[in-house]
Design a protein around this ligand. Structure first.
Ligand code: CA
Length: 409
C-alpha cells in the first residue's frame, strides 16, 4: 500500500542499543522503576485517553521469548570464533561438526536446496561469544533503573521524536491498518535497533547454529535454524542480509526467523516482506506482531505509580480480577485488581493524584530498589512481552512510547 523507503541501515553501533531476540531466560523479576515517573502516558494518554481495560494477571516470571533487547555493541561479534571443533564436547553429545552433518541431512529431507544449505552452513562458525552473551542477558542482570536509564535514554527519546516526525504519516497509516497506536510501533523500532540505525553484527547462521548446538535452548534454536534456511531457500532474503543479533534476530524489527515467516508483512506491496530496508514493511511487521498477539488500541500499556507500604498484603485481601490477555502467563505479576481497588488501597499516580476512573484490571510491578515506586500495567504490557518476554523490556517500550506521544498521537 505505501511506498517503500530505504533508509540504509548504518553500521553504527551506538551505545545502549538493544538488539537481539532472546528467547528464554527467566524472565523478570520485579525490579526497577524508571526515572521520571510522572510522565507516563498519564492522563490523557494517547490511546483513548485514560487507560481502558487491562487487567494484569499474574503469570510466571516470564520467559523471554522472542526478540529481546540486548545491549552492548556487536562490533566485534566475530572476534572469538570457537571454530568448528572436531572434538566432541565430552558430555556424550556429538561434536559440532557431527551435529552439523545431522542438520544438513535433515535440511535435505525437508527439501531445502543443497546449494542453499552449502551457502548457509558451509563455513558456519561456532561462536563462544554468542553462548556467553546468551547467558548474560541484560534483562536479567540489571535493575529496572539501570535498564531503563540505558534503554529509555535522552538520545533514544530525542532520536525517536525526530524519526517519528520524519515517518509520521507512514506510521499513522500502518497504525490505522493494524489497529495499534503508532507510538508503540516506533518505540519497539527504537528499542530493537535504534530506529534502524544499528546493524546487527553476527552472521545469522553462526549465531543460530551456535545456540542450536548449545544444550540450553537447542530445540528452540534448531527450529529457528530451519526457519532461517527456509527464508534463504524461498528467496525472501539474501545471505548477506541475514545478519542478526547474537540471539538470531534480524532486520530493523529484530524478528527471529520463525517470526519472520509467520508475521512479517509486505505493506509497500512490492511482493517482498522486507524488514531490512522497507520502512513500510518494518512498521507493518511490528504492528502485525502486536496485533496478532492481542493488542488493544483502546488502552495504553500502564503507568508509573506511587506504591504504599504493605500494598501486597492489602491487595491479597481483595477480590482478584481475571488476568487480561497474555497476562496470565506471567505469574510474577501476582495480584490483578481493578484500578479502583488499587486506588482503594493507596496506590496513586506518580504525581500523587488519584488513579484514573477507568474500569480496567491492572497488575502492580514494584521497583526493585525503591519499593515506594512502581507501575500499574495493563493488558498491552503483557502483549508487548510477546515481542520480548521481559518486564523491563515491556516497561521500556511503554515508557518510550509515552515520550513519543507528543509527536505521534
Ligand atoms: Ca515489501
Amino acid at each position: 500500500m505505501r511506498l517503500t523507503r530505504s533508509p540504509a541501515m548504518l553500521f553504527a553501533v551506538l551505545t545502549g542499543l538493544a538488539l537481539g531476540p532472546v528467547p528464554s531466560g527467566p524472565a523478570e523479576a520485579w525490579a526497577a522503576p524508571q526515572h521520571a515517573a510522572p510522565e507516563g502516558p498519564a492522563e490523557g494518554t494517547p490511546d483513548t485517553g485514560a487507560e481502558t481495560e487491562a487487567q494484569a494477571a499474574p503469570g510466571e516470571t516470564g520467559q523471554a521469548q522472542k526478540a529481546g533487547p540486548k545491549v552492548a555493541s556487536e562490533a566485534d561479534a566475530t572476534a572469538d570464533t570457537t571454530g568448528p571443533s572436531a572434538d566432541a564436547p565430552g558430555d556424550g553429545r556429538p561434536s559440532f561438526q557431527q551435529w552439523l552433518a545431522d542438520v544438513r541431512a535433515e535440511a535435505a529431507k525437508r527439501g531445502i536446496a543443497q546449494a542453499v544449505v552449502d551457502a548457509a552452513l558451509g563455513d558456519v562458525q561456532q561462536l563462544e561469544r554468542v553462548v556467553r552473551r546468551d547467558r548474560n542477558q541484560a534483562e536479567f542482570v540489571e535493575t529496572y533503573q539501570q535498564y531503563l536509564d540505558k534503554r529509555v535514554s535522552d538520545w533514544r527519546i530525542e532520536k525517536g521524536r525526530e524519526m517519528a516526525a520524519k515517518h509520521g504519516d507512514l506510521l499513522r497509516e500502518v497504525a490505522a491498518a493494524y489497529n495499534v497506536q503508532p507510538r508503540f510501533i516506533a518505540a519497539i523500532w527504537g528499542m530493537e535497533t535504534n530506529y534502524g540505525l544499528v546493524d546487527p553484527g553476527y552472521r545469522l547462521f553462526d549465531a543460530v547454529a551456535t545456540l542450536a548446538y548449545d544444550p540450553r535452548r537447542s530445540g528452540f534454536y534448531r527450529r529457528e535454524l530451519f526457519a532461517a534456511l527456509e527464508i534463504l531457500d524461498q528467496g525472501y532474503a539474501t545471505l548477506d542480509q541475514m545478519k542478526s543479533s547474537y540471539g538470531g534476530a534480524m532486520g530493523q524489527p529484530q524478528f527471529l526467523p520463525s517470526a519472520y515467516l509467520r508475521l512479517a508483512e509486505d505493506f509497500d506491496g512490492d511482493g517482498r516482506r522486507n524488514i531490512w530496508t522497507s520502512q513500510a514493511d518494518v512498521f507493518a511487521s511490528i504492528a502485525n506482531y502486536l496485533a496478532r498477539s492481542g493488542w488493544r488500541s483502546d488502552i495504553t500499556w500502564g503507568r508509573a505509580v506511587q506504591v504504599p507500604a504493605g500494598v501486597r498484603t492489602a491487595a491479597a485481601k481483595l477480590d482478584q480480577a481475571p488476568a487480561p490477555g497474555r497476562c496470565a502467563r506471567y505469574k510474577s505479576l501476582e495480584q490483578t485488581l481493578r484500578i479502583e481497588q488499587w486506588q482503594q488501597i493507596g496506590v496513586r499516580k506518580a504525581d500523587g493524584s488519584d488513579l484514573p476512573g477507568r474500569n480496567l484490571a491492572a497488575a502492580l510491578i514494584v521497583d526493585d530498589d525503591r519499593p515506594e515506586r512502581g507501575w500499574l500495567v495493563y493488558q498491552n504490557f503483557c502483549t508487548t512481552m510477546a515481542y520480548n518476554a521481559a518486564f523491563k523490556y515491556a516497561l521500556g517500550v511503554g515508557l518510550l512510547s509515552d515520550k513519543l506521544w507528543p509527536v505521534l498521537r
